[in-house]
Design a binder for this molecule. Structure first.
Ligand code: CP
Ligand code: NVA
Length: 297
């Protein structure tokens, strides 16, 4: 039984295979006659729609479940909700506050568990991101990705995915918002060596991809004012983009806060690939589901 809680759950060759499956124009109906449970503790525009459509394209039935409906650990334990959903569904995707909720689900599940975002990781986003870089720049290996901002769930999964695909990764974050030493150690064990810097220009210099995400993630709303102060100088604007390579693209997982982590002229400008990224969420989800069904036999 294979689960997908973080990019590190995959070998580089498996990650590459999922990207290739994502491009299959005539995918097999791998979910025909079955369901895919999609459980959300937090809001979503892209992840939910992309996953639902991917399930439909594979002949399955997406079952959206809001957290309040099942009452995780209130009406019923996480474990019993998981066991129940596995009775009717070939796969369970979940967006949760605590990553440990996903680990508890994986512990008891009879079907694959997919992380649709947790406080620690956003691996389905990373699949779509690497697909987008390949679409936009024609390759992955040898390119340089600069991530500017909070070294959060999105940054972690992206660093794994890019490192695993042969890209160089530089992360510029203010003090207190960098990857922890333990995360860095885990990454190094898998051959990923992100370079952390405190100066955004240093990260972006000559980069092929410039990526950012919100300064305040879902669940951190109380810290928003402090974070706005701490991230001053980390906005991706045209001046910063001028330090990147001539053909560099801008990426953002969305939702975006124009005027905070990114200037409108950048995200809405010619270098931006954010809508290709959003589209690729669906293709990447389909590739992942196909691979998980292959593994499940
Ligand atoms: N990028 C992303 O995960 O978007 P949603 O939160 O809207 O799903
Ligand atoms: N880091 C953001 C990503 C949203 C897709 C969050 O966790 O809210």
């Amino acid at each position: 039984m294979r689960h997908f809680l973080e990019v590190e759950d995959l070998k580089p060759s498996e990650f590459a295979r999922i990207l290739n499956l994502a491009g299959d124009p005539n995918p097999p109906q791998a979910l025909a006659g079955t369901g895919a449970a999609l459980l959300f503790e937090k809001p979503s525009a892209r992840t939910r729609s992309a996953a639902e459509m991917a399930v439909v394209q594979l002949g399955g039935h997406p079952v959206y479940i809001g957290a309040a409906e099942v009452g995780l650990d209130q009406r019923e334990s996480v474990e019993d909700v998981t066991r129940t959903l596995a009775c009717y569904n070939a796969v369970i995707g979940a967006r949760v506050f605590a990553h440990s909720t996903l680990e508890r689900m994986a512990e008891v599940s009879e079907v694959p568990i997919v992380n649709l975002l947790s406080d620690e990781a956003h691996p389905t986003q990373a699949l779509a991101d690497l697909l987008t870089i390949r679409d936009a720049l024609g390759a992955l290996e040898g390119l340089t990705l600069a991530y500017v901002g909070d070294a959060n769930n999105v940054a972690r999964s992206l660093a794994y995915a890019a490192g695993m695909s042969g890209m160089a990764v530089r992360i510029a974050s203010p003090e207190g918002y960098t990857l922890s030493e333990s995360v860095l150690r885990r990454m190094r064990r898998r051959g990923c060596e992100p370079v952390q810097v405190s100066n955004p220009e240093k990260a972006v210099r000559g980069a092929d991809v410039v990526y950012t995400d919100v300064w305040t993630s879902m669940g951190q709303e109380d810290e928003a004012d402090q974070r706005r102060q701490d991230f001053a100088g980390f906005t991706v604007n045209r001046r910063l983009m001028a330090h990147a390579s001539a053909g560099a693209v801008f990426m953002h997982c969305l939702p975006a806060h124009r005027g905070e982590e990114v200037e409108a002229k950048v995200i809405d400008g010619p270098r931006s690939r954010v809508w290709l990224q959003a589209t690729n969420r669906m293709h990447a989800a389909r590739g992942l589901l196909l691979w998980l069904m292959e593994q499940a036999g």
